[in-house]
Design a binder for this molecule. Sequence first.
Ligand SMILES: [Zn+2]
Length: 73
Amino acid sequence: MAQTVAQPTATTAVVPAKLPLKAIAPWAVFFGVLMMILLYFVGAEQGATSVFSGTDVHEWVHDARHLLGFPCH
Ligand SMILES: [Zn+2]
């Protein structure tokens, strides 16, 4: 006795979800500013442009600085 496999009969169209841009915009701005601050500490926190005295921040982000191609030494 052969078994039959049920085939889907109704076709449903795939509709992509709409992105609520007004809801995303404040988070995008927040993370954009956060990333710019992080980029500052990785790329420019040294010497005359340093916010914190000493080389602690520079040493903590030193590998990231080289990874991103910022001049260092
Ligand atoms: Zn270096």
